[in-house]
Design a protein around this ligand. Structure first.
Ligand SMILES: NC(=O)c1ccc[n+]([C@@H]2O[C@H](COP(=O)([O-])OP(=O)(O)OC[C@H]3O[C@@H](n4cnc5c(N)ncnc54)[C@H](OP(=O)(O)O)[C@@H]3O)[C@@H](O)[C@H]2O)c1
Length: 289
């Protein structure tokens, strides 16, 4: 039964946009693997997604995107059980604005850098053989419209983990999202002799469930409530995830950056520079050795 369906893995699919996309993909008949780092939250989401999509083709994959060990365990399970993977959506991200200083994972990497940049690349590598078995595999990365407020942002190649410079969640988050945009261009180029496409989504302001972030200060909660007045719903944003995951119009479209209206948009000059991309990826590969 599984082989007859298109199969998709979405990381961080137990809430927000990832969960909304999971419901829409399940409604279309996809077999949807719900990546979640927490079993309880993941199972609760799986039940809700099954209920809302009226599909039983939904299952939990426990995966913590900040940890290579967790990614290896999860991908072993996926590689053992499935014969192909059609769509991989790197949706999970760490952006808890209440954090005051860098926190290292138990593998010793700053958590935002590990979750939002290193983890997705390691996950893609572990699943690449399976994606190659799809008729037309699609890899989707997720960045942020907020990058437009930082057009001169660069990756600090000497200190991506804020060991020696002042840390803020916002700075670390946008650095990691810029790195994902650049990784998208690099991977698309590297896979240009295959049918696999790689595209990135520029997520706009989307309502978040503020209860998920209990440690935010009163001021931050107030700012989020104001921001939510100008935000679209996770369901709306998930339509772009669907477009990139399923539209036949995009069979041959790769290495592009899409906004919430499904339009191709530009990223910064820095992010498109081949030398900058090569330097970033050289640095990234050292984390994967
Ligand atoms: N909302 C916006 O305005 C906005 C704007 C720009 C970009 N984005 C991007 O859109 C994507 C989805 O965000 P959202 O708005 O849907 O927020 P969300 O509801 O907070 O979803 C984030 C998801 O990532 C998961 N996650 C965090 N760290 C993880 C880890 N180490 N391993 C596995 N999963 C992890 C969370 O799981 P837990 O439940 O375990 O925390 C959650 O499922 C993210 O990539 C975000 O950067 C959002």
């Amino acid at each position: 039964m599984i082989m007859d369906n298109n199969i998709c893995l979405i990381t961080g699919a137990n809430s927000g946009i990832g969960k909304a996309a999971a419901i829409q993909l399940a409604q279309l008949g996809f077999y949807v693997l719900i990546g979640s780092r927490n079993k309880e939250r993941g199972l609760s989401a799986v039940n809700d997604i099954k209920d809302k999509s009226k599909s039983d083709l939904v299952e939990l994959i426990e995966i913590d995107m900040s940890l290579k060990a967790s990614i290896l365990t999860a991908t072993k399970q996926i590689n053992d059980r499935f014969k192909k993977l059609d769509v991989l959506i790197h949706n999970a991200a760490d952006f808890d604005l209440s954090r005051k200083k860098p926190i290292l994972t138990n593998e010793g990497i700053e958590t935002i850098w590990a979750t939002n940049h290193i983890g997705p690349i390691f996950l893609t590598i572990q699943l690449m053989d399976l994606i190659k078995k799809s008729e037309q595999g699609r890899i989707i990365t997720v960045a942020s419209q907020g990058l437009m407020l930082h057009p001169r942002l660069t990756i600090d190649l000497k200190d991506p983990e804020y060991k020696a410079r002042n840390f803020s969640v916002s700075k670390a988050y946008y650095q990691s999202k810029l790195a994902q945009v650049m990784y998208t261009y690099w991977l698309a180029e590297n896979l240009s002799d295959t049918l696999i496409t790689v595209n990135c989504i520029r997520v706009t302001n989307v309502k978040i469930d503020i209860k998920r972030y209990p440690n935010l200060s009163g001021l931050m909660k107030f700012m989020y409530s104001i921001k939510s007045l100008f935000s679209i719903s996770p369901d709306e944003m998930a339509k772009t995830y669907m477009y990139l995951a399923t539209s036949p119009d995009l069979n041959r479209t790769t290495g592009k950056y899409f906004n919430e209206k499904n339009k191709i948009v530009n990223s910064s000059a820095y992010s498109k520079d081949e030398k900058n991309i090569e330097e970033l990826m050289n640095l990234t590969m050292k984390y994967l050795e």
